[in-house]
Design a protein around this ligand. Structure first.
Ligand code: ADP
Length: 253
C-alpha cells in the first residue's frame, strides 16, 4: 500500500483505555478514542474536561498513567525513546500561545526544524517555507521578526511552521483564544483553507463553534474526561441527544 492510500482510509490515531491523573484528579478515565486518517475531528466541552490533555498526550508533552496510544500503527505509548521520536515526526501542533522563536526571522522559524530534524537542505526548506507563507497569506513577511507581527500573523506563521514538517496530523489547541477578536477570522480562514485543500488529519480543540461546524467531519463532546456524545456537526449542533451537550452549546453559541 502506498502512503497516500494509507492516509485516505483507516485509523490514524488510537487511544485505548487511556487514564491520566494529576495527583488525585483523574482527568481521563479509561478513554477509548480514535481518529481516521484525513478526517477533521473537533473536541468540544467545558473547560477542564480533558480536551487539551489529549492533545498534550499525543505531543508527548505528558504521559498517560495507563493505556496505549498509537499513531499510524506505531506505538507512542508505551514506547521507547526511538519509537517516540519516529512517531513525533508525524504530528504537528499549534498552540494557543504561538511559541515562535523570537530571535529568528519568520523564514528561519519555519526552516529550522525541517533542516535540523528532517535533514532538508537550506534551499529545499526555504522553498517549502515560502510556499507555506504564501498559503497563510504572509509571503511578504519572510524577513520580519515575530515581535514585528500581529498576534494573528504570528499564529499564521506558527501554522506554516507546523506544516513545514509535513505532519500527517495537525493538532490545534484553541489557536485563536489568545487573539484580539478582529484577528480571529483571518486565522480561521487559513485553517479552513488547509482543511479544504490538503489531506491532513486535524484534531482541534476550539471554542469557535461556527468554525467547528464548518470544518469537522466529527465532533466529540467531552464532559469530565469522557466523550458523552459524538457525531457529525449537523447532528451535534442541531439535534444533540444529551442534555449536557445542549446546556453547553446554549452557553457558548
Ligand atoms: P480542557 O482542555 O478541557 O479545558 P485540560 O485537559 O486542560 O481541560 O484539563 C483537564 C484537567 O486537568 C483540569 O482539571 C486541569 O486542572 C487538570 N490539569 C491539566 N494539566 C495539569 C497539570 N499540568 N497539572 C495539574 N493538573 C492539570
Amino acid at each position: 500500500m502506498n502512503p497516500a492510500d494509507k492516509r485516505s482510509n483507516g485509523e490514524l490515531i488510537r487511544l485505548d483505555q487511556v487514564t491520566k491523573r494529576f495527583g488525585d484528579n483523574t482527568v481521563l478515565d479509561h478513554l477509548d478514542f480514535s481518529v481516521e486518517a484525513g478526517k477533521h475531528v473537533t473536541l468540544i466541552g467545558p473547560s477542564g474536561s480533558g480536551k487539551t490533555t489529549i492533545l498534550r498526550l499525543l505531543m508527548t508533552l505528558t504521559k498517560p498513567d495507563e493505556g496505549t496510544i498509537t499513531v499510524d500503527g506505531q506505538r507512542l505509548f508505551p514506547a521507547s525513546d526511538k519509537e517516540v521520536r519516529e512517531v513525533r515526526k508525524k504530528i504537528g501542533m499549534v498552540f494557543q500561545q504561538f511559541n515562535l522563536f523570537p530571535n529568528m526571522p519568520v523564514l528561519r522559524n519555519i526552516t529550522e526544524a525541517p533542516v535540523t530534524v528532517l535533514g532538508l537542505s537550506k534551499d529545499e526548506a526555504e522553498e517549502r517555507a515560502r510556499e507555506l507563507l504564501d498559503l497563510v497569506g504572509l509571503a511578504d513577511k519572510c524577513d520580519a521578526y515575530p515581535a514585528q507581527l500581529s498576534g494573528g500573523q504570528q499564529q499564521r506563521v506558527a501554522i506554516a511552521r507546523a506544516l513545514a514538517m509535513r505532519p500527517q496530523v495537525l493538532l490545534l489547541d484553541e489557536v485563536t483564544s489568545a487573539l484580539d477578536p478582529e484577528l480571529v477570522a483571518g486565522v480561521l480562514d487559513v485553517l479552513r483553507d488547509i482543511a479544504r485543500s490538503t489531506d491532513i488529519t486535524m484534531l482541534c480543540v476550539t471554542h469557535e463553534m461556527n468554525f467547528a461546524r464548518d470544518i469537522s467531519d466529527q465532533v466529540l463532546m467531552f464532559d469530565s474526561g469522557r466523550i458523552i456524545e459524538a457525531g457529525a456537526p449537523e447532528k451535534i449542533f442541531s439535534e444533540p441527544e444529551q442534555d449536557r451537550t445542549r446546556e453547553f452549546l446554549s452557553a457558548v453559541l
